[in-house]
Design a binder for this molecule. Structure first.
Ligand SMILES: COC(=O)C(/C=C/C1=C(C)CCCC1(C)C)=C/O[C@H]1C=C(C)C(=O)O1
Ligand SMILES: O=C(O)CCC(=O)C(=O)O
Ligand SMILES: [Fe+2]
Length: 361
């Protein structure tokens, strides 16, 4: 995907938050301090998003799989989020990706800066989605990499330290890819569609990984770890590293609700692409990350989306009198370009595809 011309973007100096934390300034630099309306409130109760047991879907008896499939439908329709347990990915694999990611973030800044995320691009180490000097910054360091298909990879941005980084990421990504395909087949079934419908439609699916490291922040009440956004993917798989602080929040009934991690579960969320394909039946829900005063946090996020060539739009079987067509047809490559060239701003990116007037599809 073509990066935005670097010369056209003035983003100013971006402080590295791990270095900021180390320096322990008495005040938080202004570029990180959010306007009042955006600041996270402290006293929110922790709520439990639905938990789906994949083993019941795959090998449960008729009743179990039927009940779990209905739970999956409700999760996608009412929450846009669920946690999946018994997903088949070994604990060792989960720990090994956490270990290499953490080892990378703990390297000296000069080493990490060998893999810079250039302004206007989304791959490498740094802060993505920054397009102006007066944009507020997230209290987060990230390493984002395209994984599949091979042409989206930029091998120069794959860290050589720790030595087993690439091998671990390859193995992890292959198992997460399989999980996404399995989940998409059950999601299709939950919509009374053929189980292969999405996997066949997606072609050679695009897969990218983003590792987010949130150092502690002395004023978690003033900053955000990650700005509110919905994901542009079809599905996102989010791993909250073992021992991390609670940090993910989802917008539910106009309240920011923290997601309590379930040990070894993976958090799955519906991205904009499935919202469009299902004509808004399944929701791509806004979410953000907050920071903690004393604890750091690591999340490993996989975005899974159709091939760039694919033309998308609401599926005809999900358009009816009760649910008139909400989105126009578009090319997924164009949407990806639109997504990565705009700042994260709630669900605004999806306006790209929204039908504003009462046109038919
Ligand atoms: C920091 O990056 C993101 O948050 C992100 C980007 C993903 C990508 C890469 C790192 C490499 C090239 C492909 C892609 C754009 C997927 C979010 O990804 C979402 C946004 C879209 C669109 C999507 O499919 O996933
Ligand atoms: O770190 C988190 O919990 C949220 C990450 C996220 O939403 C993302 O990377 O898109
Ligand atoms: Fe996200």
């Amino acid at each position: 995907m073509a990066p935005v011309p670097i010369s056209s973007i003035k983003i100013g100096h971006i402080d590295d938050v791990q270095e900021l934390r180390r320096a322990r300034p008495t005040t938080i630099p202004d570029r990180f301090v959010r306007d009042m309306a955006e600041r996270p409130s402290t006293a929110t109760p922790s709520m439990h998003i639905p938990v789906i047991d994949l083993s019941k879907l795959i090998e449960g008896d008729r009743d179990q799989s039927h009940t779990e499939l209905s739970k999956l439908a409700v999760s996608c329709e009412e929450w846009g989020f669920f946690q999946v347990v018994n997903h088949g990915i070994d604990k060792e694999m989960l720990r090994s990706i956490e270990k290499v990611a953490m080892e990378f973030f703990m390297l000296p800044l000069e080493e990490k800066q060998k893999y810079p995320m250039a302004p206007g691009t989304v791959q490498g180490y740094g802060q993505a989605f920054v397009f102006s000097e007066n944009q507020k910054l997230d209290w987060c360091n990230m390493l984002a990499l395209g994984v599949e298909p091979l042409f989206i990879r930029n091998p120069k941005l794959w860290p050589t330290k720790p030595a087993n980084f690439s091998e671990t990421l390859e193995k992890y990504s292959a198992s997460i890819r399989m999980l996404c395909q399995i989940l998409l087949s059950f999601i299709a079934m939950s919509l009374h569609m053929n189980n292969d419908a999405f996997n066949d439609m997606f072609g050679d699916a695009v897969q990218a990984v983003r590792m987010n490291y949130y150092p502690p922040c002395s004023r978690p009440d003033l900053v955000l770890g990650l700005s509110p956004h919905s994901d542009g993917s079809a599905l996102t798989v989010l791993q909250q590293a073992e021992g991390s602080s609670v940090g993910l929040q989802i917008l539910k009934d106009d309240n920011w609700e923290p997601v309590q991690p379930v040990p070894n579960a993976l958090v799955i969320n519906i991205g904009d692409t499935l919202e469009v394909l299902t004509n808004g039946k399944y929701k791509s829900v806004e979410h953000r990350a907050v920071t903690h005063k004393d604890q750091d946090r690591l999340s490993i996020v996989t975005f899974y989306a159709p091939s760039y060539e694919i033309e998308l739009g609401p599926l005809p079987e999900l358009i009816n009198d009760n649910r008139p067509c909400m989105y126009r047809k578009y090319n997924h490559g164009e949407y990806s370009k639109h997504y990565v060239t705009n700042k994260l701003q709630g669900k605004r990116t999806l306006e790209f595809a929204k039908i504003q007037t009462k046109l038919s599809c």
